[in-house]
Design a protein around this ligand. Structure first.
Ligand code: NI
Length: 154
């Protein structure tokens, strides 16, 4: 495993749409391992492949329920609304209130290529939306996502 460099908000790669994974190669498995290590090292609850310079639809998440690996994830259901604070490892030092669905169901492939569905509420729902946004080149600070900027704590 290796710790990867996390791109910061002005990197052009963070604004690109990512391509689907068509075959789960050893390179993709190594990417998943390295992304998990990088996320834990940075104390984050999610990381998307474009944040480490790889324009593929791959995400890792851990909101305290264990590591979740998502390949080719898509949101298949969303309901309700929540407005809570959010940050991003690619946008250090900035925080804001975002408007997100309260409950989100994601469909994705695991590292064996098997499709699964997972429903999350609260932080997990926010995390699903945030990380999947990265795969389409969007950041939480964008208009339409962040509704209020929070001043950093003094
Ligand atoms: Ni992020």
């Amino acid at each position: 495993m290796a710790k990867l460099k996390i791109l910061k908000k002005n990197s052009p790669g963070l604004r690109c749409p990512c391509r689907p994974v068509t075959e789960i190669t050893p390179r993709i498995l190594t990417l998943l391992d390295d992304m998990a290590e990088t996320m834990y090292d940075a104390d984050g609850c999610g990381l998307a492949a474009p944040q480490v310079g790889v324009l593929r639809r791959v995400v890792v998440i851990d909101v305290g329920e264990g590591l979740m690996e998502l390949i080719n994830p898509e949101i298949i259901a969303a309901e309700g609304e929540q407005c809570e604070s959010e940050g991003c490892l690619s946008v250090p030092g900035e925080w804001g209130i975002t408007r997100r669905p309260a409950k989100v169901t994601v469909r994705a492939q695991d590292r064996n290529g098997n499709w699964f569905e997972k429903t999350g509420e609260g932080l997990l729902a926010r995390c699903f939306c945030h990380e999947l946004d990265h795969l389409d080149g969007k950041l939480f600070i964008d208009p339409g996502i962040m509704i209020e900027r929070l001043e950093p704590a003094k």
